[in-house]
Design a protein around this ligand. Structure first.
Ligand code: UD1
Length: 344
């Protein structure tokens, strides 16, 4: 079975994708510098799949080491490139760190691909490229809006770098996946989200509040133009998201793509408010989330959710996990983490 390079494979979405790739028989090589993940994730992956993936502790920004990695792991047929920095606030403070990490790593990979005869590239992009869309649900043809942060800009520029490179070189093809808001954890609770320090994203903050690590969740604004005043997002189970990557790789390897660069929204098609998430989490898990409404967070989009019909029809992929199951999996994962911390 084909060998797939997964950069950022010990990260949140990366690790779930590795498991799904292994499940259908792909041979996986992970490259990760562990800057925002833990080596123990490999054991979690192995517990689920029974296979420990090959692992290289390399920063994708390091061209020479990446070149050596391709020499060592010959015959890689596709790359799924997750490795990137993703904290919006940090990117405002350290823009060059973000431009270097997210763009130099991408350029290195694109440069190394023809040298090592790798033709297929899957890119982790984000719905952040749409900004606040004028029309909801948002389709792939919606205009790209000016990025609100260096992080968001790296996704926009990253997409452009891929398009320009592929249009200039017919030897490549790429599928760009625009993620909405991934949440949840693997049903085994062996892998999940492992935020470093105080979480920026909603769900890890909710679960850490539920377990008592945080006193109170802050809800950033209840005066938006939405039914309950809080922001609306399209929350998608990370395993559903992971499965779309497997399909994207198969589509390229089986030569089913319709153009050399394809772009897909990966979301559920359903928008949920912050308050709805809190209420549903409380209901399905039987725990209280102490929260208070605070001022809006700078740069937040009021509402965005996907029109996933292009991915549904073209990839034959649909997000199938229910919100309830997804929120349950987040809570089981957090409890599992707490138990592990106690045991250490
Ligand atoms: C954020 C980024 C997005 C990035 C994604 C991945 C912004 C504007 N967008 O998405 O570009 O791709 O993370 O990391 O930062 N919320 C609270 N309290 C909290 C945390 C969040 O009320 O403690 C609210 C937010 O206001 C938002 C929703 O929860 O309405 C989701 O927030 P978050 O999980 O940070 O994701 P995004 O902001 O959608």
């Amino acid at each position: 079975m084909a060998k797939i390079l997964v950069t950022g494979g010990t990260g949140y979405i990366g690790s779930h994708t590795v498991v799904e790739l292994q499940k259908v028989g792909f041979d996986v090589v992970i490259v990760d510098n562990l800057s925002n993940s833990n080596i123990d994730v490999l054991a979690g992956i192995e517990k689920i799949s029974g296979i420990r993936p090959a692992f290289e502790n390399i920063d994708c920004v390091d061209y020479v080491s990446m070149d050596r990695m391709f020499e060592k792991h010959k015959d890689i047929e596709a790359i799924i490139h997750f490795a990137a920095s993703k904290a919006v606030g940090e990117s405002v403070e350290k823009p060059l760190l973000y431009y270097r990490n997210n763009l130099v790593s991408l350029i290195n990979l694109l440069q190394l691909m023809p040298i090592h005869k790798v033709k297929n590239f899957v890119f982790s992009s984000s719905c952040t490229v749409y900004g606040q869309p004028d029309i909801l649900p948002v389709t792939e043809s919606a205009p790209i809006k000016a990025a609100l942060s260096p992080y968001g800009n790296t996704k926009q520029v990253g997409e452009e770098i891929i398009r320009d490179t592929i249009y200039a070189n017919s030897c490549y093809q790429s599928i760009i996946l625009r993620y909405f808001n991934p949440i949840g954890a693997h049903a085994s609770a062996e892998i999940g989200e492992l935020p470093n320090g105080v979480p920026n994203n909603l769900l890890p903050f909710v679960t850490q509040t539920a377990i008592g690590l945080r006193k109170q969740l802050q809800v950033y604004g209840d005066d938006y133009n939405t039914p309950d005043g809080s922001c609306i997002r399209d929350y998608i189970h990370v395993v559903d998201l992971a499965k779309a990557h497997v399909i994207a790789v198969q589509r390229m390897l089986n030569k089913q793509t319709k153009s050399s660069v394809e772009t897909f929204n990966l979301g559920t098609g359903r928008g949920l408010s912050v308050l709805e998430i809190i209420q549903t989490f409380e209901k399905v898990n039987g725990v209280k989330i102490p929260y208070k409404i605070v001022a809006r967070r700078e740069g937040d989009i009021e509402k965005v959710w996907a029109d996933p019909s292009y991915a549904n029809n073209e990839l034959g992929w649909t997000a199938t996990e229910t919100l309830e199951e997804t929120l349950r999996s987040s809570w089981v994962w957090e409890q599992n983490l707490a138990q592990r911390a106690k045991a250490e």
